[in-house]
Every structure is written in C-alpha cells, then in structure tokens.
Design a protein around this ligand. Structure first.
Ligand code: C2E
Ligand code: MG
Ligand code: MG
Ligand code: MG
Length: 292
C-alpha cells in the first residue's frame, strides 16, 4: 500500500513536470511568433527628481500580450527568451521601439530627457550589440544622449575586459549607462572603478524597508554616498510610500522611481502623464537648487 501511494505521488509529480514543460514549450513556441504577431508592447515608468514630479527619464518595460494568457510579465518570459536566444531579436525590437517612441515624444514636445532600455546579459554579450545601438540611433534619428542602457552587475561574470570595452564604446557614442538592481549581484567594488557608468539604481529590496530596518537604511545611505563620491547619479527603485521618499531624501537620494511616482504605463497613458507632468515641472536649475 505504501508503495502504491508512493508511486501515485511520483506519478502526480511527473505529471506536473510534464505539464510544466509542455507549457514552457508552448510558451517558447508562442514567444517565437510574438514578435511577428505584434504581441509585445513597451510600458513606460517615469524616474523623477527631488521634487517627486519633474520627470528626468523613463524606463521602458516590456510586456507580452498573449492571445490566450493575457498580459505576461517580463519576469516570466525574459528568462525563457534568454535561454532560447530569442532575447536577441526581442532586444532589437525593444531598442527600436523605445527609440522611435522617444522621437515621437520629442516631436510632440513632451519627451523626458532620456529613455532607459534594459539590456540582459545575453544581449550585452552579443557581438552585434554596439552595431545594433548605432544603427538604431541612426535610423530613428534619436540623439545618443537621449538613450540610457540599464545593465546589471552580472555582466561582470563574463569577460571583464570585453565588458569594459563594450561599455566604453557605448559611452563614446554618447549613450548613458545605468547599473540596475545595484547591490544584489556580483559585488566587487572594483568594477565601479573601471566601468564608465553614469547611474546606480538602488535595488528595490533595499528600498522596501528603508526607515524600518536600520540595516537597509544603512545600506541605502552607503550606496548613495558611494555613488556621490564616485560621481554617479543614484536612483532609488521600487519607491512605494511617502515614508520611503522622506527617508531617501534624508539620505541625499534625489532621484526616484516606483509606484509612489507612477506604475509603468501604456504609451497613451504615459503620454498623458508627460503632458501633465510638464505643467507642474520646474526647470533643471531650480530642481538642482532644491536638492540636498
Ligand atoms: P527592472 O529593470 O529592475 O525593472 C523594475 C521592475 O520593478 C519592473 O518590473 C517594474 O514594473 C517594477 N516596479 C517599479 N516600481 C515598483 C514599485 O514601486 N514596487 C514594486 N514592487 N515593483 C516596482 P517588470 O516590469 O515586471 O520587469 C521585471 C524585470 O524584467 C526588469 O527589472 C528587467 O530586469 C526585466 N525587463 C523588463 N523589460 C525588459 C526589456 O525590455 N528587456 C530586458 N532584457 N529585460 C527587461
Ligand atoms: Mg531596469
Ligand atoms: Mg531594477
Ligand atoms: Mg530587477
């Protein structure tokens, strides 16, 4: 009897596994067609200055509008896209779409200063990345300074010299670089010395309990002063509450991104947001004077 129930448990488990891998296979197959079928879309989330209103940038965040499953978050399909290599054409699409959108916002006079595009490790290591960026900027006519690329610390796990070369070439083109999820990955301070980056994004895991957990508060304060001392901008990610903002301001963090500002928005909503934000916005010099 014991054996029987063991078997059936095993069978259930195996069924679950099979089910799961069938789903994954379908998903990979569907993802392969998602580009051609126009099912991918970019949502945009503002990054704001010290006043909590002035838009200093926008991050493009991909979503997959699956015909049967609805809106799928990148956490679910980006890993799949990475494993299958589909991240390369998807990444090209994302870059082109974000750049075209910026050109359109600029034409309408509502554009944020720059758009940030996430670049995953596999994209970063793709030998065509630099050419793709160069070609996309040329084709869309977007000035390179209006494009920011968000990379993660994991680009450090590969060939470091090559990584530095790639970043240096992108910087030389005028593109700015942000280190995403800072503090959660490969934690050598050495790369901060050699990487020509512009911005550190404090990961939301540290921001979540800032002011509640003294250790998180200390980490946030330390990242801010590290960034300042090295001449980088610093953005707090995942800012959800007024209390977090107060604590971040107290610790000299002056750039915020998160639900407290706005959720990521579809293009039409983000365009409205930009138009409204412009009305309440202050100029860069005033904003600078407000900061700590
Ligand atoms: P990320 O680049 O660190 O993006 C921040 C994530 O935090 C986004 O999740 C965003 O929606 C979410 N977020 C923003 N504010 C808040 C907040 O106040 N509270 C909480 N709890 N979450 C907040 P999303 O859009 O699901 O993206 C997840 C990750 O997927 C991104 O993390 C990024 O690593 C990746 N990703 C998104 N779009 C792309 C893309 O176009 N290309 C690549 N390669 N990766 C992407
Ligand atoms: Mg990001
Ligand atoms: Mg992040
Ligand atoms: Mg993340």
């Amino acid at each position: 009897h014991a054996k029987h129930s063991g078997d059936s448990r095993h069978l259930k488990f195996a069924d679950g596994m099979a089910q799961r891998s069938i789903t994954m296979m379908n998903m990979e197959n569907d993802l392969r067609h998602a580009l051609n079928r126009d099912e991918l879309e970019l949502h945009y989330q503002p990054k704001v200055g010290f006043d909590g209103r002035t838009v200093v940038g926008a991050e493009a965040l991909i979503r997959w509008r699956h015909p049967r499953l609805g809106l799928i978050s990148p956490a679910e399909f980006i890993p799949l896209a990475e494993d299958s290599g589909l991240i390369i054409p998807i990444g090209r699409w994302t870059l082109a779409t974000a750049c075209q959108q910026m050109v359109e916002w600029r034409r309408r006079g509502v554009a944020p200063p720059s758009v940030s595009v996430n670049v995953s490790v596999r994209q970063f290591n793709d030998s065509a990345l630099i050419e793709t960026v160069r070609e996309t900027l040329a084709r869309t006519g977007l000035p390179a300074t209006c494009l920011d690329l968000e990379i993660t610390e994991s680009v450090m796990t590969g060939d470091v010299e090559r990584a530095v070369n790639t970043l240096t070439t992108l910087k030389a083109m005028g593109v700015t670089l942000s280190m995403d999820d800072f503090g959660t990955g490969y934690s050598s301070l050495n790369y901060l010395k050699t990487f020509p980056i512009d911005t550190l994004k404090i990961d939301q895991t540290f921001v979540r309990d800032v002011g509640q957990n003294p250790k998180d508060t200390a980490i946030v304060a330390t990242i801010v002063s590290l960034a300042r001392n090295l001449g980088f901008n610093v953005v707090a990610e995942g800012v959800e509450t007024e209390d977090q903002v107060a604590l971040l301001r107290e610790n000299n963090c002056r750039l915020f991104q998160g639900y407290w500002v706005s959720r990521p928005l579809a293009v039409a909503d983000f365009t409205d947001y930009l138009a409204q934000a412009r009305e309440g916005a202050v100029d860069a010099a005033t904003l600078d004077a407000m900061g700590p």
